[in-house]
Each structure stands twice: as C-alpha cells, then as structure tokens.
Design a binder for this molecule. Structure first.
Ligand code: ANZ
Length: 849
C-alpha cells in the first residue's frame, strides 16, 4: 500500500454511511437498551469553528461508545436558527434572514458529514421552520392556560443598539451580551413566563444532579436562583393608609432598626416624595435622574460611597413603636424583595456605611462577644460552609462598637436590647420574632429569590410570532390551536432595522386579523419570542421531528428521554439550562412527560484557544472547522482534539499536533494491512504478552470513556499499536493470532476517535462493515490477573511478616494491608505504631517507639 490518504478513506466511508444509514436510531422493534446522546445544537452564524470541532468530536465519541456497548443510540442534530445575528446580517447585506440562515445551515451540514459524525440524519430540525415553531406557539398557549405566560408592564433591560429588550441573563456586567452596548432600563408591556413559580423546585432538584453535572454549573444555577430565607415584616407609614412590607434575612435584629430605606426608582419612593416639601421633591428628582443612569451592578457595589435623600416621612417599627426616618437610597433595589428595607446599621454593613455617612443612630442588639454554646457555629458560614470573610475579621475584634470601628457585627452572639428576645441565639431569636410578628399579624416567615420571571417578548423579526390577538375592546385572546402555525410574513418590503418596535407591526396585512370569538377586527401581537424558548424543549422534538400532529409523542418521550448525555459549552451554564429545566418541569406538571430533569448527565468542554487567547473573528485568529480538516483529514483532527487533554480543560490549538495524530493513524492502518492470519484464528493461541495489553485496554476503556478520559484512551491505543508493531517485527510475527486480535480491538476502539480509519482497518482485517456497530469484546479475566510481589513487613527493624500484594499497589493501600496482616497484629501485641515507612511494593517498616 502507498501512503496514508485520509481523503480517499474519508470519501469512501462517508459514501457508504450515507447509503446504508447505519446510525439511525432503532425503532419500536429494537429491543436493545437505549441511550440519548445530544450535543447542544449549533447556531448557524457563519461557519463552524474549532470550538464546534471539539464539542461535536466529544458528542460523537460518546454516541459511538454506547453503540459499542450494545445500546440503541439516539444522536440527532438540528439548528437553533432563529435570532438576532441572522437579522443583523440580513440588515447589513440587504438580504433575507431566511436565505442567510439556510445557506449557513447547508454549509454546516457539509462540515458535519465531512467530520464523520454518526448522526441520525432522518431527524434534522431547524427552529426557524414553521413545522418547528408551530410547537413553540403550542407551548406558549399551554403555559398561558396555566397562568404561566402573562403580560406585565415593568422596567425592562433595553439594549439601545439592538433596540430590543434583554432577559436579565443576557445582561453581562451591565452590558448587552451580544453587542456590548450599555444596557438601560425602559418601561414596557411585555410577555413573561412565570419561572419564579418553579424557583424552589429548580433549586431543590439540583441536588439530584450532584455528581452528574459539573459542580461549577450547579453552583452557578444555585446562585442565579439565589434563595434567601427570612421574614416579611409590615411597617406602618405615618400619613399613609397601607402598610409597607420589607423582606429581611435577619428579623431577629428588628429592635436594632434605626431607619428605613426605599429604592429611589420604586413606585413607593415616588409616592412618598410626592407628599414631601418642594425642596425634598426637587432633591429626590435630581437623585432619581442620577440613579437612572446607574447599572444594577454599580448599585450593588458595596465599596461605593453611600448616597441618598431623606424623604421627611417616618415608618413605625411594629415591635416597639419607634419612629424610623425614611430615606431613598440606590443600594436598595426596586425589584428585589419588596424594594424597601428596615435598616439595622449595627449588624448590616451597607446600613452601617449609610448611617455613618448621614449621622443616623446605630443600636447594637447582638452581643457578638458573648459565648455561644451548643450546635450554633461561632463563625457564620455561607451555604457551602465557607466562613464569611466579614465574620472572620469581626471575630478578631473583641469589642462591639460598630459606630467606632465601621465594621458591622454580622456574626453570631446573644441578643441584647431586644425585649423578649434578650439572651437568645440568632436561630432561636428568628423563630421567636416570627412567632411574635405572626401573633400580632404584622409579619410572617418568607423567602426571597434573585430569580426574576423570564421576559420572552422581542421587538425583532426573525423569531417565533407570539400567537396572541388584541381585540378592539382591549381583550387578549389566544390564536386557536387549529390556526397554528402563525407563520412569519415575507421579510421583503419590511424594514428590519432596529427602531424599538417590532418590524412585524408594519406588516399591515399580517397584523390585521379577526377576533376568533366575535369575528370583529383585531390585531396580532407584533413581537416575537426569545430564541431561548426554541431551545428550551428541542430535545423533545427530536423524538418525532416531522410529526404534524403533536409536539412530541409522550410514548416516545417515555422511551428516550431524559437525555442521558448532554454535551456543550459552559457558556450555557445558566440561561439555556435553567429554561430547559423549567419547561421540563412545566411539561411534567401538564402530564406530557414523566420526568422532571431534562439532562441526566452534563458534559462541558473547555475552550479552544489560539496562542493563549480566545478565538474570535474580530481578533482574526479564528480557525474554521471546514478548513481545519482540509490538510490532515477529519480523523486526525478528531484524534488530535481527543488526545489534547482532559475534556474540561482548554485546548490551545497552537499546541495541537494533527501531524502526530496523522502519523499514529497511518501506523494503525499499516498494522492492519500487515496482519497475516485469517479472520477465524484461535486468539487464545496467540502471544500472551500482547494479549495482556489488548485485554487490559478492553477492561479499562469503558470506565475511561464514561469518566470522559478520552485522552487516556487515545494514549492507550497508541501503546497498543506500538505493541502490535513490535510483535510483528521482532516478536511472534504477523501471523500470530494475538496480532490479529489486537488489531481488531484497535479498530473497534479507534472508531470513537477516527471512524473512517477504523472502518478501513476493519475491512483490511477481512470483516464486513460497519465496525461502528460491533459490540466491544469482554476482556478475558485470566489475562487481567495482576502480577504479584512479596512485601516484607518490619517492626522495629525485625522482619515480622511477608505478604503477597499486586505489583502496582499504592502506598496507602499497602500500609493498610500491612497493618491488617494477622502476623503483624500479633507481633505488635497492642503496641501503637508511632512511625510507618512505606516503600511500595517491596517494604513496609513500622516503629513503635
Ligand atoms: C434587615 C437586616 C439586618 C438585613 C441585618 C440584613 C442584615 P439577601 O441575603 O441578598 O437576600 N434587602 C432586602 N431587600 C432589599 C432590596 N430590595 N435591596 C437591597 N437590599 C435589600 O439579602 C436580604 C437582606 O438584604 C435583607 O435583610 C435586607 O436587609 C436587604 F443585620 O434586613 B436585611
């Protein structure tokens, strides 16, 4: 044979795969157990890059692995094809977003075929197809029926550049996630999904995912939901009929409240200021203008000097009747808790800073120097058990004078100056005060969340039309199910440029409709849905992507879902995963599915860098997926990626050697070509040393793949190929049965990384295609028996025992074995071991004095 020609092999096997469609998921008559393997579907902006090459290589490894384990594998691919980039590209080029989108998709499909990805190509979906988004509209209607989709008028994040609203999740450090423009607040009436109804379940169910999802993602989700536990307390306001409620995590400190703060941008602040003197009204208005230009992040920065305006009004502490001056200050946020707080400067740092800035009283109600006994931790910790920094600092401060030190007493202690609470610990004081408040009818136990409802309206063209109708008399009615899909009009003739209202509003013919109940003229909703709606349930649509009658059949969901392995970038740690988890729970509650978490295992890959920095078009260091395959071929790219390091680590493309991978694959092919035995030799008669290497790999590979140690598997394959080569050239020779056995096993396992090369090897070895469907063999246990050696155990310099141990034993294990040995125990006669010197695998030496 000539030199390794990746192209010829690639084309040959891609044609055969295309003709035979071997990776189509098995249907109803398939009795194998099932696995659903899914890569996060791509967005069709431009060409794919090396980040995709990495992610989809891992997806294919996992899918192929489960087929080799005897599973019926579902591994589909689709496109997240609605969204702003298509629309912006269309505006720039004066093209139709549809054309741009579908031509990019065609290019992606070509690249995935080139890559040898083992998809079930019969299940393709594009979220911008009416056949798909019709079911987004169906989902919207179901949520609306249950009160989980609603309209509300509220300040929203507005990107002045893209001229559209953004979900909280799309605002990063106060800027638009997409274009980087500074986000401002704007009051609008918009559609929301009520994800906050599911806050507790979204939080609590994360416990089920421990060990199956990356710890980091679980932590990010927990923080995002941000549950705080405490109490709601009602305060009377002088000169106002209705009470005002505040949320506090420290109701135990109620006796220490010395003032009251409202968010300047809340309705309450405006109302209270309106009743104040002209001077205060003016100062408040000035302050409000300043605050309006501040981002939420800035407002939460604890290092900023405190600012605020006294509103000349008073709240009444419900527990002791004290009058608390009311201030408006930007450190209190309008949309957290109730937008108002009771300020306890002695025990809250922000309140203390504020009190010191404006000369307000400071009253200590927790003696943090008092000894605490019992189960209460002395140093308070966060939910993960990490001591709070402020608490550690404070514990070293032996006095309780926050007004002097400027450090709030946030630690544990005994209640003082607090009437009936005096002497109690924090926990008991919280329980007692909540009881007292409840008895008086002025407070109750409560929780608060950082999570906000999901704003789904977008003022853009390229998305799913919201299927609601606005009647002339002001009612809002759903488009009936039998009139779905409500399809987008033609983009031609519409001005797609951002202008703050949806371009659909100008499509007069499209906008005009009839009230489905009365037949009276009515208008459509001009907004489209956030594309995160599309991706919140697409894994279910893959179960019957061409089904015209339902979103997905429940029976298919029961068979395949949840997704067993979901693979993609950590950039989706919050937004996409949280929404998919929410919609899954909602669909469960509606009885459509029988599981409550969509993704049983989550694998996040690291990033592909170039020269240490993130690849990006703007930096001009983007390596494109399609062109990366041109020279070395797909198999070398896939193998080099898998070999580059642990899945979760970043890969620097500059350090990755596709040439090395290419050489390895050529070596593997040559080995297969050199095998001189016929397919039915008796392996057992082969060279034992080579057989041991082969069977060790058969034994280890499944565990290594399941723990995503793909790089180790590639390294072990390289070892095996070298061992085969050695046996052929300088050992038992090419006709030895162990050579054939080893070459066959190489092909079976190499299929995960280099499927074209593996199929070619399999054919050279005289087998029918496809090696991709051949179950891996079971290792022969007699070939796995480990070599053992004798360990000498000494006690105080004298040999007291010899024990047989595995040659590869570790120090801890060896020491434990030695300590438990019967002879050693007898010789010690109860004396304590004071020192142990362990030199695996040969010597253990104990001293007793
Ligand atoms: C009195 C108090 C005393 C508080 C004390 C803390 C310590 P987390 O843990 O983030 O939930 N708070 C409530 N609503 C707020 C708002 N809209 N903007 C800013 N701060 C707000 O924080 C809950 C605590 O943050 C609440 O408990 C309240 O201050 C403040 F020694 O009430 B606390």
């Amino acid at each position: 044979g000539g030199a390794f020609d990746p192209y010829a092999i690639q084309q040959k096997w891609q044609a055969r795969w295309e003709a035979a469609d071997p990776f189509r998921a098995g249907g109803g008559d398939d009795t194998r157990p099932r696995k659903y393997v899914l890569g996060m579907f791509p967005y069709p902006s431009g060409d794919l890059h090396m980040g995709h090459a990495e992610s989809y290589a891992y997806v294919d490894i996992v899918a192929r692995f489960w087929r080799h384990r005897g599973y019926n594998v579902l591994n589909p691919i689709g496109w997240d094809s609605f969204g702003l980039p298509a629309e912006n590209a269309a505006i720039q080029r004066g093209a139709d977003p549809r054309e741009w989108t579908y031509s990019n998709i065609a290019q992606h499909k070509k690249s995935f075929r080139q890559y040898g990805s083992s998809y079930d190509w019969s299940r393709i979906l594009h979220t911008s197809d009416p056949e798909y988004y019709r079911w987004n509209q169906w989902l919207f209607q179901r949520l609306y029926e249950r009160g989980l989709a609603y309209r509300k008028d509220s300040p929203v994040n507005w990107c002045p550049n893209d001229q559209t609203v953004l979900a909280n999740e799309q605002v990063v450090d106060g800027r638009c996630e997409r274009c980087g423009a500074e986000v401002i607040k704007k009051k609008l009436t918009q559609w929301y999904f009520k994800i906050t109804d599911y806050a507790d379940r979204l939080l609590d169910d994360l416990n089920q995912l421990e060990g199956f999802w990356p710890q980091k993602v679980i932590r990010m989700q927990r923080n995002w939901i941000g549950r705080s536990v405490g109490a709601d307390i009602d305060f009377e306001i002088e000169g106002r009929d209705e009470k005002v409620t505040v949320f506090s995590t420290r109701p135990d400190t109620l006796h220490g409240a010395t003032f009251f703060v409202v968010a300047p941008d809340s309705d309450l602040a405006a109302e209270l200021a309106a009743g104040a003197s002209a001077e205060v009204r003016m100062r408040f208005q000035d302050y409000l203008d300043t605050v309006g230009r501040e981002s939420e992040i800035e407002r939460q920065n604890t290092d900023r000097p405190k600012t605020g305006v006294f509103l000349e009004r008073y709240a009444i502490n419900p527990i002791n009747g004290e009058r608390l001056p009311i201030w408006a200050a930007d450190y209190v946020l309008a949309d957290y808790g109730h937008g108002a707080v009771m300020a306890v400067p002695a025990h809250d740092q922000r309140d203390l800073d504020f009190a010191r800035a404006f000369g307000l009283p400071i009253k200590v109600v927790v003696d943090t120097t008092a000894p605490i006994t019992g189960a209460i931790p002395v140093i308070p910790t966060d939910e993960n058990g990490v001591p709070l920094e402020s608490a550690v600092e404070e514990a070293s401060l032996a006095e309780i004078h926050p007004e002097k030190t400027g450090i709030a007493l946030t630690g544990e202690g005994r209640m003082i100056n607090s009437g009936s609470l005096d002497g109690l610990s924090k926990r008991n004081a919280i329980a007692r005060i909540i009881e007292e408040l409840e008895t008086k009818g002025v407070g109750r136990a409560a929780k608060s969340y950082r999570l906000r409802d999901w704003l789904i309206s977008r003022q853009r063209f390229w998305g799913t039309p919201i299927p609601m109708i606005h009647t002339e008399d002001g009612r809002i009615v759903p488009v009936p199910d039998d009139q779905l899909p409500l399809t987008l009009p033609d983009a031609k003739g519409l001005d797609l440029a951002p202008k703050g209202t949806s371009p659909l509003g100008a499509a007069t013919e499209w906008m005009t409709t009839a009230d489905p109940e009365t037949g009276e003229p009515a208008l459509r909703d001009p907004d489209t849905m956030d594309t995160f709606v599309d991706s919140s349930w697409y894994f279910l649509r893959f179960l019957s992507p061409n089904d015209p009658d339902e979103a997905f059949p429940s029976a298919e969901a029961a068979k395949w879902a949840p997704v067993d392995y979901y693979i993609g970038g950590v950039e989706h740690a919050i937004l996409h995963l949280l929404y998919a988890r929410f919609i899954t729970k909602a669909l469960y509650d509606m009885g459509y599915i029988d599981f409550t978490e969509p993704f049983s295992n989550l694998i996040n890959q690291g990033m592909v860098l170039l020269g240490g920095s993130k690849m990006s078009k703007s930096k001009g260091n983007l390596v494109e997926f399609a062109s990366s395959m041109v020279d070395p071929g797909a198999d070398a790219v896939r193998t080099a990626i898998a070999f580059a390091g642990p899945v979760e680590d970043d890969i620097d493309w500059a350090d990755v050697s596709t040439t090395g991978a290419q050489k390895f694959l050529a070596r593997a092919l040559r080995v297969a070509a050199d095998v001189a035995s016929d397919p039915d030799v008796v392996w057992a008669e082969g060279d034992q040393a080579l057989r041991r290497v082969t069977h060790r790999l058969l034994a280890d590979a499944p565990g290594l793949v399941e723990h995503t140690k793909f790089n180790v598997v590639v390294a072990r394959l390289m070892e095996l190929v070298n061992a085969i080569r050695k046996t052929i050239d300088t050992g038992a020779g090419p006709a030895d049965p162990a050579v054939r056995e080893a070459a066959e096993v190489t092909a079976m396992i190499l299929d995960l990384f280099a499927p074209h090369t593996a199929e070619e090897m399999w054919e050279l070895l005289g087998h029918e295609p496809f090696v991709g469907l051949v179950p891996w063999r079971s290792p022969d246990p007699t070939l796995l028996v480990e070599e053992t050696v004798k360990t000498v155990v000494q006690i105080d310099g004298k040999v007291r025992a010899t024990i047989d141990v595995p040659a590869r034993i570790g120090a801890d294990e060896l020491e434990a074995l030695a300590r438990d040995d019967e002879k050693v125990v007898r010789s010690l006669a109860g004396r304590e071991i004071t020192r142990a010197v362990v030199r695996p695998p040969k010597v253990v030496s104990f001293s007793t004095h």
